[in-house]
Write a protein that binds this ligand. Structure first.
Ligand code: HEM
Length: 459
């Protein structure tokens, strides 16, 4: 029997330990300050830190952050080698596990190689065209309802509002049904889990973020366990119900534990990334009135009434909207850096990278390389015309990663961005003062420190 036809056994996490600094001394760089290494400089200015080191040390350098030495492989060639990983040299589970293991264990990014491939195939049923159409109808309804409460004619903090809206949308398109009195508890538990995943104190002591996160996970797992038999019997088109019906290649259903792990991970993977990307997108539209008008014109060209839902069949025609969204993600990628750990020795640009090395690639750095993106600080969506994109390195634009772990929700993300833009620009003209620039806190996921105050006027 081939491995594909089996239900995959739960595999223990690989035991490859971190390579010590002494094993990396042939790679340019240093260990930084005692104990903290380079963590503080990296947190203070992730873009500046990487650019300065690249300039001084070259595209392959070592640093020490978050307790471990690691090597950065910068630029599209590094992205391709690490993300594509055609020789199975590099673990995603060991890279992300340091941050996500306790609260989001065994999500797709925390699985590797053959086991990952089987899980990914089982989950992909939830992202086919049929289910996507039904998520879009939930998104249309939820966005229209949410925006009806946003104020016209006064300043408004965009970031907290879109964060709330994205969570409400996830509750309906991911979890479906009216959650009733459980809704607020499930949403809060989920917020606590996400906050805890980047907490400094990693022990779940009472009163700490990690303590709240671990309690939140217990509540959510309990909720999923109670709901799975109900969803299997009653059906439903939301993402959770799709996973309850998803099967391995031999036709057997996913276990409750697998469904709970994948569902919590999917909600986490979708929530902050969508919040961040829609925030930077709206900022760019507010700061570029010509592009805002171009996107609105494109929408009007659909010939639909303003309050009609955006139909699934028209998504592909919103070409300018997509280019404008991509350019916002180029400038502010929601996942600025992607961690991995080598499980076998390999070589890159003449440097030997030993097994156990923490390795990372950097979409943020790549997206500002002037040789790939002339005048990288200028917002210019025409960089994404078909012609312009064709001549560029395939791993020059990597907001969704690439290779076997490439974002499974990529089409969902474009769909939600287009649906949001449809309702938003039909209702509002958005602006910021001419000299305004948000100050982004880039780690772990970019967010504007001031909440992005914008002015909303009736469209
Ligand atoms: C603009 C929004 C989004 C961005 C920028 C984004 C970005 C990414 C990136 C960079 C990765 C790959 C990380 C790596 O290689 O280590 C990834 C993986 C993933 N994303 Fe997204 N994501 C977005 C939205 C979503 C949504 C809406 C969903 C679900 C509905 C989703 C589900 C996932 C999943 C399941 C993975 C893991 C795939 C795997 O390991 O096979 N993401 N995402």
């Amino acid at each position: 029997m081939s491995v594909q036809s089996l239900r995959p056994p739960r595999q223990p996490a690989s035991k490859v330990v971190y390579a010590p600094s002494s094993a990396l001394s042939h790679i340019p760089g240093d260990d930084g300050w005692p104990i903290v290494g380079h963590t503080l400089s990296l947190l203070a200015d992730p873009k500046g830190f990487v650019e300065q080191r690249a300039q001084r040390l070259g595209p392959v350098y070592r640093a020490r952050a978050f307790g471990h030495p690691n090597v950065s492989l910068l630029g599209p060639e590094g992205n391709e080698l690490v993300l594509l990983d055609s020789q199975k040299l590099i673990s995603s589970a060991l890279g992300w596990g340091v941050i996500l293991d306790r609260l989001f264990p065994r999500g797709l990014m925390l699985l590797d190689f053959d086991e990952h491939r089987l899980h990914r195939r089982a989950l992909s049923v939830a992202f086919k065209s049929g289910p996507m159409q039904s998520y879009l109808s939930e998104l249309n309804a939820g966005i229209a309802k949410g925006l009806a409460q946003w104020p016209r004619g006064r300043e408004f903090k965009f970031y907290p509002a879109i964060k709330r809206l994205t969570l409400d949308l996830a509750a309906t398109s991911f979890l479906g049904e009216q959650l009733g009195p459980q809704l607020e508890a499930v949403k809060q538990a989920f917020i606590d889990m996400v906050a805890a995943s980047v907490a400094v104190v990693r022990t779940p002591l009472p009163g700490t973020r990690m303590g709240r996160g671990v309690r939140g996970r217990a509540l959510i797992v309990d909720y999923f366990n109670r709901q799975i038999p109900i969803r299997r019997e009653r059906g439903g088109e939301d993402l959770f119900s799709q996973l309850c019906r998803a099967t391995w290649d031999d036709g057997s259903l996913l276990s409750n534990a697998d469904i709970a792990d994948h569902m919590s991970f999917l909600m986490m993977a979708a929530h902050d990334t969508l919040t961040s990307s829609l925030t930077s997108f709206v900022y760019r539209l507010a700061a570029s009135p010509d592009w805002q008008e171009k996107v609105r014109e494109e929408q009007r060209g659909l010939g639909l009434a303003r309050d009609e839902p955006l139909p699934f069949e028209r998504l592909d025609t919103l070409v300018n909207t997509e280019m404008a969204f991509k350019e916002a993600m180029r400038m502010t990628p929601p996942v600025p850096s992607i961690p991995r750990r080598a499980v076998r020795d390999f070589e890159f640009m003449g440097y030997r990278i030993p097994a156990g090395t923490g390795v990372n690639v950097n979409p943020l750095y790549t997206h500002y390389m002037p040789q790939l993106w002339p005048e990288p600080d200028r917002y210019d969506p025409t960089r994404f015309t078909v012609d312009a994109s064709r001549s560029r390195h395939k791993f020059a634009f990597v907001p969704f990663g690439g290779g076997p772990h490439m974002c499974l929700g990529l089409n969902f993300a474009y769909m939600q961005a287009k649906c949001f833009t449809w309702h938003f620009l039909n209702n509002f003209r958005v602006s910021v003062p001419r000299d305004y620039q948000p100050r982004w806190r880039m780690w772990p996921i970019p967010q504007p420190r001031d909440g992005l105050p914008v002015s909303l006027a009736a469209a």
